[in-house]
Design a protein around this ligand. Structure first.
Ligand SMILES: [Zn+2]
Length: 325
């Protein structure tokens, strides 16, 4: 059995609050007199069960120092999980009032990433206005180290057309909206056609539609699939994720951890599920790892080094398998 922690990879779907260590949340909550949110109840099957806990956890980040700490610990945890590259998604809106505005929030996150193999994605929310998203896209453009622009939250709360201006403003960044989580394949296509999405956060409903799968493959749009996020929200079970079919169709599938704080699983755990619950072999898992690097904003030399390391991982696996025969 291969140790998937040693497979070099990128985690492209990770929210800042959701990346917080449970111990750090407990410590900060204690410091500020807050209650640690309870785990998502089994079979909750509702977005609100998730969102209220996420919001409660975010309340524990009350200073730029807290925010920087969450970032540095997330980088440590992901590097320990075999990540050669990491992208952290941050919506500065809710932190801004306590931390002194959008800029201090973004700059604390960037400060925590300095010299680390990590990029920052500024995300607005499907639940806020297009104007707000445009404001955050302009903010993203002020920082060369911000690598992407995202749209998070429940996509049923916004209309794609309302975010076209924001996406246009962020045209020089990777555009990585969440899409096709609840809405059908049409939503994924609109995110690509109207927002110029380079990657889709989740995009799991696209998998049900052959034409949309072919569309994603043709355009090389990657999916950031986060298996442990789906069963608690009642959207699907692991065995319903057609990862092999997507890979075979040429879709650049990647695996991300989304919110380890709430779903209890890091990025290697997603690869373990892809192997043990979905049945992918080492070659397919290595293909996913390669897609994750290629779809990232990592510098070209880091990408090249990591792809070489992924090939070496597969070669070593083959050698180990030969020896055990
Ligand atoms: Zn997400």
């Amino acid at each position: 059995m291969s140790d998937l922690r040693t497979l070099p990879k990128a985690n492209l779907h990770l929210h800042l609050t959701g990346a917080m260590r449970p111990g750090t949340l407990a410590e900060l909550a204690d410091r500020y007199g807050l209650t640690v949110p309870s785990p998502i109840p089994p079979g909750a099957r509702a977005w609100e069960e998730f969102q209220t806990r996420y919001d409660a956890a975010r309340e524990a980040i009350r200073t730029t120092e807290d925010l920087r700490r969450v970032v540095t610990e997330a980088i440590e945890d992901n590097v320990a999980d075999g990540c050669a590259w990491l992208e952290i998604q941050l919506d500065p809106t809710s932190y801004a009032p306590l931390l002194g505005g959008f800029e201090p929030v973004v700059e604390a996150a960037l400060d925590g990433m300095r010299a680390a193999p990590c990029g920052l994605i500024i995300a607005s929310s499907w639940a806020r206005s297009g104007e707000h998203a445009s404001q955050l896209a302009l903010l993203a453009n002020n920082y060369a180290d911000v690598v992407g622009f995202g749209l998070s939250n429940d996509e049923r709360r916004g209309k794609v057309d309302d975010f076209v201006d924001a996406a246009r403003i962020a045209a020089d960044k990777l555009r990585v909206p969440h899409g096709g989580f609840y809405e059908g394949p049409w939503h994924v296509r609109e995110c690509v056609e109207k927002l110029g999405a380079n990657r889709i956060g989740h995009g799991i409903t696209a998998m049900r539609d052959k034409e949309t799968v072919a569309f994603l493959a043709d355009r090389g749009v990657a999916l950031e699939v986060c298996p442990t996020s789906y069963p608690p929200l009642g959207v699907l079970d692991f065995h319903e994720l057609p990862l092999r079919e997507l890979l075979d169709a040429g879709v650049p599938v990647t695996l991300g951890s989304d919110d380890p704080l709430l779903f209890g699983a890091g990025v290697t755990d997603q690869y373990v599920i892809a192997r043990d619950a979905i049945g992918l072999d080492d070659t397919e898992l290595a293909a996913i790892a390669r897609h994750s690097i290629e779809a990232s904003a990592a510098p070209a030399d880091l990408q090249a080094r990591t792809i070489t390391a992924i090939s070496a991982w597969i070669t070593a696996r083959g050698t180990a398998a030969d020896r055990s025969r």
